[in-house]
Design a protein around this ligand. Structure first.
Ligand code: PEP
Length: 254
């Protein structure tokens, strides 16, 4: 899994991509250098339809592969769902749970997200747990209360740096081109770190805290230099090798 000593740059393709999109892996490989890989782990999270092909294509390449969701149960009568056991069976490394689009589109609560993360852990997948406030919540001064509540409500009791990544993604920053100020990101990440260390001690210090929301080549270096920002979850700018490489190249020295 992702090394706690490096940055983690994860691309969430969302509901984008067909077989033709896999050619971007060749372009990415041409651009990624050993210097880049010393600083960061790179993860790609394609839609379910591309997972198997992408895992095969990257078998000898230095990319981690994640899914975008899993069911909380291992198997059964859940038409259209995919379990963590199935993802692990394919060779998937990680799974995003609780993305704000799933919380909004599918009514996923903290309890559901926690159960999904537990299932991911049980099947040897890293759970990338997403949290973040809406614009209304931010404007009402509730950001820290909301994200603290989401973090404590969505995290399984026994999280480690190997099996858990937390992604702070303000809902209003996703896909909008808007990004909080560095001070605002620093405040939230500091708060999240305190919760993690008070719950998990030293292990909580090592858990990756990603920022997500309109990260691109032009702002990545700035965002990644903020204390307690250990990487980025990237949506739109992970869809082309050119845009994703611009972020990869911006990752600071460790
Ligand atoms: C996301 O969906 O996780 C995300 C951060 O999207 P974008 O980078 O496009 O804002």
């Amino acid at each position: 899994m992702a090394s706690p000593e490096k940055y983690l740059i994860a691309g969430n393709w969302k509901m984008n991509g067909t077989l033709a999109s896999l050619s971007m892996i060749d372009e990415l490989m041409k651009g990624v250098s050993s210097r880049d890989l010393q600083r960061q782990d790179i993860m790609l999270c394609p839609p379910f339809t591309l997972l198997s092909r992408l895992i095969d294509k990257t078998a000898t390449l230095p990319f981690l592969i994640g899914a975008q969701d899993c069911h909380m149960q291992e198997k059964g009568a859940h038409t259209g769902d995919i379990s963590a056991a199935m993802l692990r069976d394919l060779g998937t490394d990680a799974v995003i749970v609780g993305h704000s689009e799933r919380r909004a589109d599918h009514g996923e609560t903290n309890e559901i997200v926690q159960a999904k993360a537990e299932s991911a852990h049980a099947h040897d997948l890293t759970a990338i747990i997403c949290i973040g406030e809406t614009l209304d919540q931010r404007e009402a001064g509730q950001t820290l209360a909301v994200v603290s509540d989401q973090l404590t409500g969505s995290m399984p009791a026994l999280c480690t740096a190997a099996n858990t990544v937390i992604a702070y993604e303000p809902v209003w920053a996703i896909g909008t081109g808007k990004v909080p100020s560095n001070d605002d990101i620093a405040l939230v990440h500091q708060n999240l770190r305190e919760i993690l260390t008070s719950r998990l001690g030293e292990e909580g210090e090592r858990i990756h805290l990603l920022y997500g929301g309109s990260v691109k080549g032009s702002n990545a270096a700035d965002i990644l230099s903020i204390e307690h920002v250990n990487g980025a979850l990237v949506g739109g700018a992970s869809l082309t090798a050119k845009d994703f490489l611009a972020i990869i190249k911006s990752v600071p020295e460790l």
